[in-house]
Design a protein around this ligand. Structure first.
Ligand code: CA
Length: 253
């Protein structure tokens, strides 16, 4: 699997490269944002995973992230950041990252995140080989909303949107568990394959973005309902009783 590491601290970059090569990755290094964007655009075959430091000389990591994401909806991106403010985290997710890891980090933690993303890619991109994940290529729900799982596209009342791997994975997870109350920790575990390192803000950010795409009024969702103190509930065909519930008598799973 092809990986690009974008990091201006040379020693760290080389250490990471060494470790990922031991894991079987083919690794390229970029020391600044402009180089990273150019290498990404020229790469053939494309990079599948990018490890991206946020604090870079010149072009910021956020900007790099936006460029890469615009170019390739499917690439898996892990942002490394010495900043731990929740706004930074939210900004990184808005820029299109799949994961966010605070510096200093433990190497095993990063390796496990990468393995997890790699595994998700394997499942996402070869669904037929994984019968438990096998799902129809398209799914339609609500008022003219169609998800194309193969093409990572969401068509909402005629307008088509490209989804990132994580958005697609999360939306697929919701549609596979309709009408069930899903706790944040359950979603973390099943979609991200991890839990402890994430704040619940991560899921909330992704849900907010999906709501903007699928809900007629994202402030009064009918499909992706919040369940107070617990998590979320997906409703494919809302009735008058389905609204952004503050109470729900379904048993938590
Ligand atoms: Ca840096």
């Amino acid at each position: 699997m092809r990986m690009m590491i974008v990091e201006d601290e040379d020693a760290l970059a080389k250490g990471l490269k060494f470790n990922f090569e031991q894991e079987g990755f083919e690794v390229a290094l970029a020391g600044d944002g402009t180089t990273a964007v150019r290498m990404f655009e020229e790469a053939s075959p494309p990079f599948e995973i990018v490890i991206l430091d946020l604090m870079l000389p010149g072009m910021s990591g956020y900007e790099v992230c936006r460029h890469l994401r615009q170019r390739d909806a499917r690439v898996s991106i892990i942002v490394l950041s010495a900043r731990t403010m929740s706004e930074d985290r939210a900004m990184a997710f808005d820029a299109g990252t799949d994961q966010y890891l605070s510096k200093p980090f433990a190497l095993p933690e990063l390796l496990s995140r990468v393995r997890n993303l790699t595994e998700r890619r394997r499942i996402m991109f070869s669904p037929s080989e994984d019968s438990k994940e096998a799902a129809p290529v398209t799914m339609e729900f609500g008022d003219g909303i169609v998800i194309n799982f193969d093409r990572f596209e969401l068509s909402v009342r005629g307008a088509t949107h490209a989804l990132t791997t994580t958005e697609m994975q999360l939306l697929r997870y919701f549609t596979q568990h309709p009408d069930k109350v899903l706790s944040r920790s359950q979603i973390m575990h099943d979609v991200w394959g991890d839990s402890a390192a994430f704040g619940s803000r991560t899921i909330d950010n992704f849900v907010m973005r999906l709501r903007k795409l699928i809900e007629t009024d994202p402030t009064a969702p009918r499909h992706l309902l919040s369940v107070r103190g617990t998590g979320y509930r997906f409703v494919a065909k809302p009735t008058d009783g389905d609204h952004n519930a503050t109470e729900d008598d379904s048993p938590p799973n």
